[in-house]
Design a protein around this ligand. Structure first.
Ligand code: DGL
Length: 250
């Protein structure tokens, strides 16, 4: 089975990694729209055009299902994409429900891109969960830039994160949501900056679980190797993917 997966850049590799764990033996075609990254700070209409180009590229590869490994792209385009294409499309959104459940009646910080946090999809979700009084949004656009530039240096990331969380009285919070697929690269740094009793949640595990349900795949086919083809804005590449998977395997 051929599964298309895309992100504005390398963030979706954190989702691909989870797919390789939970769902090996598939053929994955990953598209990093690096020429247009970041999505999260650009006008919505432009980003929508980029997304449609990417999905058309993947459609030409005859994929059987698509993972939008990008919260930003999901929030602005999933509805239109589902109308246009027949294959199953799995999107991502900040994991707010599990975050509230695990927050022990304390508040929740949702980190994501500016676009995701502004978009109707996220705001509707907060309303649906009746959680406006406990949710604090926090855009972290620099982490997208850092990940794209392969910057994982503690001396750069820690001060940035410390500064961003400075404005919160962290004792009031139970959970921090990583609502952008670029952020799990920095999970250990989040842990270092946040008090021990704050849970850090991302949507990667749930997304692949969802994909398995939708495709009705029950058992893990460990015997078979996955096949991955990696494209950077239309050009096939192997080295970039390896570099980033190594960071996640550390
Ligand atoms: N990785 C993306 C997300 O999950 C978008 C990052 C960006 O391009 O701004 O939202």
């Amino acid at each position: 089975m051929k599964i298309g997966i895309f992100d504005s850049g390398v963030g979706g590799i954190t989702v691909l990694k989870e797919a390789l764990n939970q769902l090996p033996g598939m053929e994955y075609i990953y598209y990093a729209d690096t020429i247009n990254v970041p999505y999260g700070t650009k006008p919505k209409e432009n980003v929508k055009k980029y997304i449609f180009k990417v999905v058309e590229f993947l459609n030409d590869k005859n994929i059987d299902a698509l993972i939008i490994a990008c919260n930003t792209a999901t929030s602005i385009a999933i509805k239109d994409l589902r109308e246009r294409y027949d294959f199953p499309i799995i999107g991502m959104e900040p994991a707010l429900k599990p975050a509230i459940e695990s927050s022990d009646n304390r508040k929740v910080i949702v980190t994501a891109t500016n676009l995701t946090l502004q978009e109707k999809k996220f705001n509707d979700l907060v309303t649906k969960l009746n959680s406006w009084n406990i949710v604090e949004p926090l855009p972290l656009p620099k982490l997208v830039e850092y990940a794209e530039s392969f910057i994982f240096d503690k001396n750069i990331i820690l001060p940035y994160l410390k500064k961003q969380f400075e404005k919160f009285n962290l004792e009031e919070y139970g959970t921090v949501v990583l609502g952008c697929t670029h952020f799990p690269y920095y999970k250990e740094y989040f842990k270092e900056v946040l008090p021990k009793d704050i849970d850090i949640i991302d949507g990667n595990y749930g997304t692949i679980k969802n994909l398995k349900n939708i495709l009705n795949i029950k058992e893990k086919k460990d015997q078979k190797e996955s096949k991955i083809t990696f494209y950077i804005s239309g050009r096939e590449d192997k080295e970039e993917l390896k570099k980033y998977l190594n960071i996640l395997n550390k």
